[in-house]
Design a protein around this ligand. Structure first.
Ligand SMILES: Cc1ncc(COP(=O)(O)O)c(C=O)c1O
Length: 361
């Protein structure tokens, strides 16, 4: 198939803005008169330093990151933060975790290896279909931090509010970062794997309140110490150069789309098109409760696993790719990240309506 015939609904790695890919293609063999590809140049070179500094500055501007916070470009995926957070923040204390899906559950279990963890809220009782309300959070006095995942990629739920806690907030924003404005000053740590709204897989963005660094456990590996990375401006070792470059190109595109405020408006419009179909359907059943729905990952099922599979297969034949739900839950999932064009959402909506007419008994 040609790129023009395809809309990609993958949950990550996922669709990237065409403009960013085209620029990368144009600069692939010779970046800015260097005679080299960005993939080939030293991370200490003046060419790369300019890419690094400008990408950091663009991200700082896009999310309005205050000077109290540092932006880090790390490796190891968002999953490495499941260990890095407790290693750096949990010493001699308790941390509160909200378990609202697969990734916060893994993070909670990982943190338990390093100290005392309290489950402040869980939505496992209803198959992670909702986000607990503020008054359902059982907060520990003096907790070292409160951990949550703001958008649950697999279950298609998103926190409709920012939790109010005395403890610093640590948030896994992997599947919704850059999709809306965020008051970064409210957070101790925000982290996100890049492969949804930011860049190819390989860079993990961490935004950390600098006052939280330097509290690591004595056995914390050097590479997992926030202070090492802050002191060395993410260059203690070779950073994921290509991904940082790609993030810069995606941020340029984002600016042309009205930045995160523009994305917030568009994301809701896009998701509403699909949720409206689900709410008026006799075939499809949305998985997430209406008050907890994600605009990034829309999850639904027909109630018949074979029919769900047929939906994904027939959609694929029409160029609507990667609509199969996560292997752990089944069903159907449409990821509508920033780079998913409105035309893709409309094409999916059309297909959903036709499939319902053909398959509703
Ligand atoms: C919300 C969330 N957190 C963490 C992860 C794990 O990310 P990584 O594969 O970069 O470790 C994912 C992956 O999809 C995710 O969606």
């Amino acid at each position: 198939m040609n790129r023009e015939e395809v809309f990609n609904f993958a949950a990550g790695p996922s669709v990237l803005p065409r403009q960013a890919l085209e620029r990368a293609a144009a600069e692939m063999l010779n970046y800015n008169g260097s005679g080299m590809s960005v993939m080939e140049m030293s991370h200490r070179s003046s060419f790369f330093k300019e890419i690094f500094d400008s990408t950091k500055a663009k991200l700082k501007a896009a999310l309005n990151v205050p000077d109290s916070h540092e932006i880090l470009f790390l490796q190891g995926g968002a999953s490495s933060q499941f260990s890095m957070v407790p290693l750096n923040l949990l010493e001699d204390g308790t941390a509160d975790y909200a378990v609202t899906g697969n990734f916060s559950n893994i993070a909670m279990k990982e943190a338990k290896k390093y100290g005392d963890i309290h489950i402040a809220a869980s939505s496992q009782d209803d198959n992670f279909s909702y986000i607990p309300a503020q008054d359902q959070l059982d907060l520990t006095a003096g907790a070292k931090y409160f951990y949550y995942c703001s958008n649950n990629t697999i279950y298609g739920t998103a926190w409709p509010y920012v939790p109010r806690t005395a403890a610093p907030l640590v948030c896994d924003m992997s599947s919704e970062i850059l999709s809306k404005p965020v008051d970064v000053s409210q957070y101790g740590i925000i982290f996100a794997g890049a492969q949804k709204n930011m860049a190819p897989a390989g860079v993990t963005v961490v935004i950390i309140d600098k006052s939280l660094a330097g509290r690591e456990m004595p056995f914390t590996p050097l590479m997992m110490n926030y202070k090492t990375m802050i002191d060395k401006d993410s260059m203690y070792n070779t950073p994921p150069c290509w991904c940082i470059y790609m993030l810069g190109l995606v941020l340029d595109w984002l600016q042309t789309q009205g930045g995160v405020a523009g994305m917030e408006k568009i994301k809701h419009e896009k998701a509403s098109i699909i949720y409206d179909i689900l709410d008026n359907s006799r075939l499809y059943k949305p998985c997430a409760r209406p008050d907890s729905r994600s605009d990034m990952n829309v999850t639904f099922r027909t109630g018949d696993a074979d029919l769900d599979a047929r939906f994904a297969k027939e959609a694929q034949a029409r160029g609507l790719m990667n609509l199969k739900g996560h292997r752990s839950v089944g069903g159907i999932r449409a990821s509508l990240y920033n780079a998913q064009p409105m035309e893709g959402v409309q094409a999916l909506a059309e297909f959903m309506k036709q499939f319902e007419v053909q398959n509703h008994v």
